[in-house]
Design a protein around this ligand. Structure first.
Ligand code: A3P
Length: 301
């Protein structure tokens, strides 16, 4: 397909719309949602899937470094945007849809950063068996991270107050849909041979083990003696300061003066935002929605 132009904020009367009960930004066009029904998944693909603000960029960096054999020079020459397909977004200045580009890529493809709810993800993600890394983060920190993300992301509506953000997240009435639905779906698939369910809090607590786990799952081993360097490279401070890794700023979607993309990277920042009653209501909702699932998160380390 030839030139495609995504709507810009200035010509959008609304920032998002509801499709089958799930909110999507206009950049997740109807064409993209339609294409996912027949998008060809390859058995040797590597997919990184997550609910927004759960550590996608962090896991992207880890997977990118591993895919380069932990060779940092090679990593610096790799722009994750080139293999990070963001299948769910038509970004400004894109000349073709990411799913069209993806079909032309040689195998093995690395397809990162997709945030579709199960009903809109590529249907072949159920029938084919690519390697899927799913990153999950405790919902309270996700909610706070989203609050700031909506301030800086030009495609998203800024929440006027934290309370407004909390309510939208509580109701699942925000872009990307319900945190509960998406995490429950992938948690229920955690024992599939081709799925690795990784928690942000575990990465935070013990990054070396998380990196080794991901590398073993993908079959991309960390060379002898290199683990410490990979851990350092993927630490929050290093990722925040290493401009070569800031591929997301190149996307033109963010105004970092509103909030930096690499904001705090903590477990437990939610305590600075949730009121006592919000916390109680949220815990109750979590119990209702996740009852019997066995999925638990840590809210502080
Ligand atoms: P905060 O807003 O809480 O700081 P995503 O990439 O899915 O959009 O998630 C972004 C969140 O992951 C942000 O959280 C960001 O700071 C955090 N993050 C990114 N890289 C990280 C790292 N190396 N260590 C810890 N947190 C990281």
């Amino acid at each position: 397909m030839s030139m495609v132009v995504v709507s810009t904020v200035s010509n959008m009367s609304e920032y998002d719309r509801s499709v089958d009960g799930i909110r999507y930004p206009w950049a997740t066009t109807d064409e993209i949602l339609e294409a996912m029904k027949t998008f060809e998944v390859r058995e040797d693909d590597v997919w990184l899937i997550s609910y927004r603000k759960s550590g996608t960029t962090w896991a992207t960096e880890i997977i990118t470094v591993l895919s380069c054999g932990c060779d940092f020079t090679k990593r610096d020459e790799t722009n994750p945007l080139e293999h990070t397909c963001f299948l769910d977004l038509l970004k400004p200045n894109m000349t073709e849809f990411a799913h069209v580009t993806a079909t032309k890529k040689p195998s093995p493809r690395i397809i990162m950063g997709t945030h579709f709810q199960s009903r809109h993800m590529p249907r072949e993600l159920i029938t084919k068996k690519p390697k899927i890394v799913y990153v999950a983060r405790n919902p309270k920190d996700v909610a706070v991270s989203l609050y700031y993300f909506h301030k800086s992301n030009k495609l998203l509506k800024t929440f006027k107050t934290w309370n407004e953000c909390f309510q939208a997240f509580y109701d699942g009435d925000l872009v990307g849909g319900s945190w509960f639905d998406m995490n429950l779906y992938w948690w229920n698939r955690r024992n599939d041979d081709n799925v690795l369910f990784v928690k942000y809090e575990d990465m935070k607590e013990d990054l070396p083990s998380a990196i080794v786990k991901i590398s073993e799952f993908l079959g991309w081993p960390v060379p002898e003696g290199k683990l410490e360097e990979v851990v350092k490279h993927c630490s929050f401070g290093s990722m925040k300061n290493n401009k070569k890794q800031h591929w997301y700023t190149e996307s033109g979607l963010f105004d970092s003066s509103m909030s930096p993309f690499m904001r705090k990277g903590l477990v437990g920042d939610w305590k600075n935002y949730f009121t006592v009653s919000q916390n109680e209501a949220f815990d109750k909702l979590y119990e209702e929605k996740m009852k019997g699932s066995g999925l638990k998160f840590r809210y502080k380390l």
